[in-house]
Design a protein around this ligand. Structure first.
Ligand code: NAP
Ligand code: MG
Length: 501
């Protein structure tokens, strides 16, 4: 349809055709009420372009398309190996278009271009490729009971899956959800975050090019409170998978109860990173820096609470501040030397600045940063990387998720103290510990209340390893073989061989 693509050029000179419609049944359409949302470049605060925003009616159209695709023999009866082949093709197309996709990710989200290219795009294409391999390896079991009877299980798709994704890793989060859903034979209605719809819309054209039948994947940009809510409460959606804030997740859980949807939720965190006296200090400092400052600190698993044992506390802080100063170069995300681009939105920028005030009013020590950072005309959402020390567990900056390059550092006396402080949180997503004592590493890993523990690293997640949280950090697992459980139902077939009544 004409009028649903615009030609765009990024500051790096890269030009591409950007779809701006809703993607339903492998076609681009306008929203039923003509509404649009502007996508903003966070480096300049200027509009890049605007895309159509789905109404409740548009979500319903997309769900109907997904339902029809689920029942269409072109998808339902497609041999699983063929399904895998389509997914492999999609991952190849992502690779072939990675410079365009990385450019879009950077202009829309603000993350450094080299991070988009090397990390996000690798993550997206490898995740799809990994799950492509599973497409023909999701099968059931034969269960022997007595000579009179046996049972077997079938692994069936859950059905029409609603997927609501955040803005911090738009393509990668889409891949985490599409990979297992498609491998298991589901159909999907995906809602990108309103802040970052552009890369996912470009991906939609690759889904058609890969050969997926119409309606298997539908993409409905839109506002969370309208399109997201319509998807979460829809009576003909079988499952909802969500990544975002804990507050929104609670709301989604309520809406999903309308028809008792299957849910997986991946929400927030305030993940601890523990540094014991015997740690390799240099390595602890480098990983701790990456663990909170990477991706502008906008990571659900960011190790945003650093706990350091008494004897090395002062030494660690000095080295950590030096690391921030040397590595966290803030600036234009298209500059090769930039480590930290702008925050994604004015709202996130404001949130971080407000937590600087909270930290100061709580009498923690502002040891580094804490101010806006001026780049070019000063309109972009840049902040200084920020470090608070002398933080205690009662403080709000210790308990609440900030979601920015903002870290708090606290001290502990002994191992028991460290575990208590690490677990003093409503969250339980990631965690990290640094020690050279092997038995301590495993002992502490076992006692931390978290879905993931990194031993002597932080935030080096991997699509082959399960990802998810406990407590208020979520329900269910993504990635790895465990991620398939979220997208397949086990059907039991009982076979009576002999028993007559
Ligand atoms: P959010 O509200 O949780 O947004 C995440 C997704 O949920 C977006 O696609 C959003 O759509 C959608 N959504 C919002 N309200 C909804 C509703 N009522 N029904 C259905 N879907 C809805 O997060 P945010 O406002 O962008 O960010 C706020 C905070 O969330 C951050 O400061 C951070 O603490 C946390 N966060 C966590 C992650 C993570 O990876 N766990 C990612 C992002 C944010 P729209 O964007 O279109 O409204
Ligand atoms: Mg944007």
């Amino acid at each position: 349809m004409s009028g649903l693509t615009v030609q765009l050029t990024a500051p790096n000179g890269h030009t591409w055709s950007q779809p701006t419609g809703l993607f339903i049944n492998n076609q681009w359409v306008k929203s039923s009420n003509g509404e649009k949302i502007a996508s903003i470049n966070p480096s300049t605060a200027k509009e890049i372009t605007s895309v159509y925003a789905a109404s409740e009616q548009d979500v319903d159209t997309a769900v109907k398309a997904a339902r029809a695709a689920l029942n269409n023999p072109d998808w339902r009866e497609l041999p699983a190996s063929e399904r895998g082949r389509l997914m492999t093709r999609l991952s190849q197309l992502i690779d072939e278009n990675k410079k365009t996709l990385a450019t879009i990710e950077t202009i829309d989200n603000g993350k450094p271009y080299l991070v988009s290219l090397n990390d996000d795009l690798t993550e997206a294409s490898e995740t799809i490729r990994y799950y492509a391999g599973f497409a023909d390896k999701v099968f059931g079991q034969v269960i022997e009971t007595t000579p009179d009877k046996f049972g077997y299980t079938l692994r069936e798709p859950v059905g029409v899956c609603g997927q609501i994704i955040p803005w911090n890793f738009p393509l990668a989060m889409a891949a985490w959800k599409l990979g297992p859903a498609l491998a298991c034979g589901n159909t999907v209605v995906l809602k990108p975050a309103e802040q970052t719809p552009l890369s996912i819309l470009f991906l939609a054209n690759l889904i058609v090019e890969a050969g997926f039948p119409p309606g298997v994947v539908n993409i409905v940009n839109g506002h969370g409170s309208i399109a997201g809510a319509a998807l979460a409460s829809h009576m003909d959606v079988d499952k909802i998978a969500f990544t975002g804030s804990t507050a929104t997740a609670k709301h989604i859980m309520k809406m999903a109860s309308s028809n008792l949807k299957n849910i997986t939720l991946e929400t927030g965190g305030k993940s601890p990173l523990i540094v014991f006296n015997d740690a390799d200090l240099e390595q602890a400092v480098e990983w701790a820096h990456i663990g909170i400052m990477y991706n502008q600190g906008q990571i659900c698993t960011a190790t945003s609470r650093i706990l350091v044992q008494d004897e090395i506390y002062d030494k660690f802080i000095a080295a950590f501040k030096a690391q921030v100063k040397n590595v966290s170069k803030v600036g234009d995300p298209f500059e090769e030397s930039t480590f930290q681009g702008p925050q994604v939105t004015q709202a996130q920028y404001d949130r971080i600045m407000s937590y600087v005030n909270v930290g100061q009013s709580e009498k923690a020590t502002l040891a580094y940063g804490g101010k806006p950072f001026k780049v070019a005309d000063g309109k972009g959402f840049f902040v200084e990387p920020t470090v608070f020390t002398d933080v205690t567990s009662k403080m709000r900056i210790y308990q609440e998720e900030v979601f920015g390059p903002f870290v708090v550092i606290a001290r502990f006396k002994n191992e028991e103290d460290a575990i208590t402080m690490a677990n003093d949180s409503t969250y339980g997503l990631g965690s990290a510990l640094f020690t050279t004592n092997l038995t301590r590493a495993h002992r502490v890993a076992k006692r931390i209340e978290a879905g993931m523990v990194w031993v002597n690293s932080s935030n080096d997640s991997d699509w082959r390893i399960p990802f998810g949280g406990v407590k208020q950090s979520g329900i269910g697992r993504e990635l790895g073989e465990a991620g398939l459980a979220a997208y397949s139902n086990v059907k039991a077939v009982h076979v009576n061989m002999k028993s007559k009544l």
